[in-house]
Ligand binder design. Sequence first.
Ligand code: PMP
Length: 287
Amino acid sequence: MTRIVYVNGAYKRYTEAAVHAEDRGFQFADSIYEVIDVLDGRLVDATRHLARLDRSLNELSIPPPMSNAALLRVIAQVIRRNRIRDGIVYIQVTRGAGPRDFALPPLGTLPTLVVLARAQRKGWAAELAETGIAVKTIPDNRWGRCDIKTVMLLPAVLAKDEARRTGAKEAWFIDAQGHVTEGASSNAWIVTADGTLVTHPLDRQILPGVTRATVMDAAKAEGLNVEERSFSVREVLSAREAFVTSATNIVMPVVKIDGAPVGDGRPGPLARRLRLRFHHIAEFSAG
Ligand code: PMP
């Protein structure tokens, strides 16, 4: 349970933690976020997550609310005050509050910072990975800067809802060329018939997933061949395996796409291997 939330310099009780009614995050989605996994009380890949947070802020010219060293201290406090051993930390920064105006607020407007943590049962993702998940394809109707981790998540919310109504756990966005860009909240991968790992290249169409980067390191350490290129739904249907990566799922096998089996319809050996390797490669730091 979340008991304490950090909001703009104060540790508030969950029921009392709030931001201003004219916060730009609320009015314009003028805001970015990060989610970091907490495992055995330690942060997973915090350096990469904070580097992406810096990049997101920089791309939108939102001033950092504090140094990364200070932010790590706040994160550690939030984890401690909520007694989290396994779960997630959620960090959100907005451009701040002020009278509603499309024009950017005056220099010196303080960004809003929220840090909250939530416990999750250890092993839930590992259990789900035993059976794998189904995905549903949805036209990619998001904006042109999906490389920035903004809270502009309405297309992802609606895509996931549509997926769930068909019994699928994740949506895979399809661009105008018929290629899979990424999942609604994950990066998408396939394993081709010759055992090559394929995932969309880093460009403005996808989020540079932290788990994607670490899984890529794990794949290289295992001597696997990785190609960063687009792939079509037809290629997914002839793939040996497919999976998604995200901070909470790590490596999650995809066993069905739009109701059709992927590979033999069961989690594949490479997804399993990478899932196990992940925790040897990822960075763990004190929470
Ligand atoms: N793509 C999108 C659109 C996402 O929302 C996420 C999850 N934040 C990811 C990819 C995976 O990123 P990460 O591995 O850093 O969690």
